[in-house]
Write a protein that binds this ligand. Structure first.
Ligand code: NAP
Length: 246
């Protein structure tokens, strides 16, 4: 097991890639803190894990609200004494072309996908710096690297996450903290299931591997980067996209 006794906070862990990553981390021996909106009443899998597993904590936290992040972090430290890994996975979309995008939709996506990563990263990095070790993994997207029709706001946040992560890697390396980015391609999750069938088929066709990614593909990448096997990797952007853009 790669992550024995590591304490990992995963945001957006109620479903999709976040939930898959949290379950993978548990299998690899980590203690996992599930962070999501509406965690107390909506997310059935998490409720079941919480009831069955002593290595699970769950918090209803909005990553745009610094006070509630701080309260969660304080409580985790009280219970488990340290934080080894933060996965900033929570993310949203509110798509439309530039000429039709509302300021409200622009701000909403920036607040969760970019400021949310800053909020959680800054608060948890303070603890990791005191510990002298830690790993921060941030969710970008190939859309952040290459752009995508209808995703001005989303692409801006995902490119921003890369710049922020490289900066953190430079600032925090001497404090024993590694910072890396995972850039998923097109992955079948509740977020992408909303897309029309023909768009999904088109995405499949773009990969030399001829398929969409699975949540497990991304969870495996996070588990590797979180583990000591990646101890000399920082500031990297790992595309997990089936070679969609080569
Ligand atoms: P998802 O299925 O929509 O899950 C996102 C999770 O984040 C949900 O549980 C959601 O909570 C939570 N969340 C949203 N806003 C939040 C907030 N303010 N505070 C706390 N939690 C919040 O998404 P996904 O497809 O698994 O994607 C996960 C990450 O990977 C995202 O950052 C996404 O941009 C990135 N990504 C995904 C793909 C893809 O193809 N799926 C590709 C590239 C990158 P609720 O359930 O309560 O809404």
């Amino acid at each position: 097991m790669k992550l024995i006794d590591k304490v990992a906070i995963i945001t957006g862990a109620g479903r999709g890639i976040g939930l898959e990553t949290a379950e993978k981390f548990l299998k690899e021996g980590a203690k996992v803190v599930f962070v999501d909106l509406g965690m107390n009443n909506e997310h059935e899998t998490v409720k079941t894990l919480l009831a069955q597993n002593k290595d699970v904590l769950a918090y209803d936290v909005d990553v745009t609200k610094r006070d509630s992040i701080q309260e969660m972090v304080d409580d985790v430290l009280k219970k488990w004494k340290k934080i080894d890994i933060l996965v900033n996975n929570a993310g949203i979309t509110a798509d439309s072309q530039l000429l039709k995008m509302t300021e409200e939709d622009f701000d909403k996506v920036i607040n969760v996908n970019l400021k949310g990563v800053y909020n959680c990263g800054q608060i948890v990095a303070q603890i990791m710096a005191q510990q002298g070790n830690g790993v921060i993994l941030n969710a970008s997207s190939i859309v952040g690297i290459y752009g995508n029709f209808g995703q001005t706001n989303y692409a801006a946040t995902k490119w921003g996450v890369i710049g922020m992560s490289k900066t953190w890697a430079k600032e925090l390396g001497k404090k024993g903290i590694r910072v890396n980015v995972v850039a998923p391609g097109f992955i079948l999750t509740p977020m992408t299931e909303k897309m029309p069938e023909k768009v999904l088929d088109m995405m499949k066709g773009k990969s030399p591997l001829g398929r969409l990614g699975t949540q497990e593909d991304i969870a495996n990448a996070y588990a590797f980067l979180a583990s000591d096997e990646a101890s000399f990797i920082t500031g990297a952007v790992l595309s997990v996209d089936g070679g969609v853009v080569l």
